[in-house]
Design a protein around this ligand. Structure first.
Ligand SMILES: Nc1ncnc2c1ncn2[C@@H]1O[C@H](COP(=O)(O)OP(=O)(O)OP(=O)(O)O)[C@@H](O)[C@H]1O
Ligand SMILES: [Mg+2]
Length: 316
């Protein structure tokens, strides 16, 4: 039984390695590679599982990379519900140059999904039994998926009765909001694009968020602000998490770790402050770890008590 189901339309196998120095036209002899499951919803599921939550991950698998992805995720103990796809699952390649500590991330385009593969992913997520309390859809979409088609998928998933949490961007984010969902986790730029503001002032973001909440587009908005912390907005609360100053090793998967911890905590408690504290700790913990290894529970637990949450009292 899964309390939470994640849906990833564009998963990947993430390969990370390092090289002494990057130079053109020469053999770049790399360190032994590390393979991680990748893709928004898959990372969210990995974090929820580490935190002790019941979670299933729905995603398409294609070719030998798809098989590897499923094996890597099962090795971590995450329950997988897969849809066979014709095209090979994509790879993402992360390379660290040792002499400079610079990280280079090569993100290959996602494999296209046929109409029937797309529908199968949506229907698998919508038909998990017993019905989960929450379905998290996260990550980019494969080529050729229109906002309208994504909006229809949201409608199908909502019809099963579960709440929907979403982390994606641009047209599909707008289409989902138009259908009305439970929670969104945009970063600052994604939120500014969504609501058409250029300011990053808390009061402006809260006003714009409250307008979305008032028209029932969404109930909870968690805006992650990178090294500036995060802002959580609901109908009657605005909570500001101040940033923790850390030296980032890798920012890959910070947003997924944040969202995973947020929804896991919200599945256990109605306390938004507690959920935001846990999300901030997970986002911060993720940037302390190399490659796509995501946040570790011991780091989350340690950092959690250091996170400061302020209630922003505004004249509403
Ligand atoms: N440089 C940083 N220093 C400290 N904390 C960070 C940093 N970058 C990210 N975080 C933490 O991770 C959370 C999520 O990061 P961010 O807002 O960058 O998400 P995102 O843009 O969605 O990331 P992603 O690239 O994973 O999609 C932040 O709210 C913060 O807690
Ligand atoms: Mg993100």
């Amino acid at each position: 039984m899964s309390e939470i189901v994640t849906l990833t339309f564009n998963p990947s196998v993430d390969i990370s390695t390092s090289v002494a120095k990057i130079a053109p036209f020469s053999k770049l002899r790399c360190a032994p590679p590390h393979y991680d499951p990748g893709g928004g919803g898959i990372n969210v599921a990995r974090v929820i599982h580490r935190l002790g939550g019941d979670v299933s991950a729905v995603f398409p698998v294609g070719g030998s990379t798809g098989q590897l992805l499923r094996r890597l995720l099962r090795d971590e103990g995450v329950d997988c519900i897969t849809v066979d796809a014709v095209s090979e699952t994509r790879q993402v390649f992360t390379l660290v140059e040792d002499t400079t500590d610079q990280q280079y991330r090569f993100v290959l385009p996602g494999a296209p999904l046929s109409e029937s593969e797309w529908n199968a992913c949506v229907n698998e997520a919508a038909s998990v039994q017993p019905q989960p309390s929450l379905i998290v859809i996260s990550g980019s979409l494969p080529e050729g998926i229109s906002s309208e088609k994504f909006g229809r998928a949201i409608r199908t998933i909502k019809a099963c009765g579960a709440k929907v949490a979403l982390d994606t961007s641009e047209g599909p984010l707008k289409a989902a909001i138009d259908e009305g969902i439970y929670l969104v986790k945009p970063n600052l730029k994604e939120f500014q694009d969504l609501v058409g503001v250029s300011s990053s002032q808390d009061s402006v973001l809260i006003d714009a968020g409250r307008a979305l909440i008032a028209r029932k587009a969404v109930a909870i908005i968690a805006i992650s602000l990178g090294d500036d912390g995060a802002l959580l907005i609901s109908a009657d609360r605005a909570l500001r998490a101040r940033p923790l100053h850390v030296e980032p090793v890798s920012v890959v998967g910070a947003g997924d770790s944040f969202l995973g911890a947020l929804v896991w905590r919200l599945s256990r408690t109605p306390d938004l402050g507690d959920a935001l504290r846990c999300a901030m700790a997970a986002g911060t913990a993720a940037v302390l770890r190399a490659g796509t290894s995501l946040s570790r529970v011991e780091d989350i637990e340690r950092i959690r008590s250091e996170v400061r949450i302020e209630e922003l009292k505004m004249a509403y």
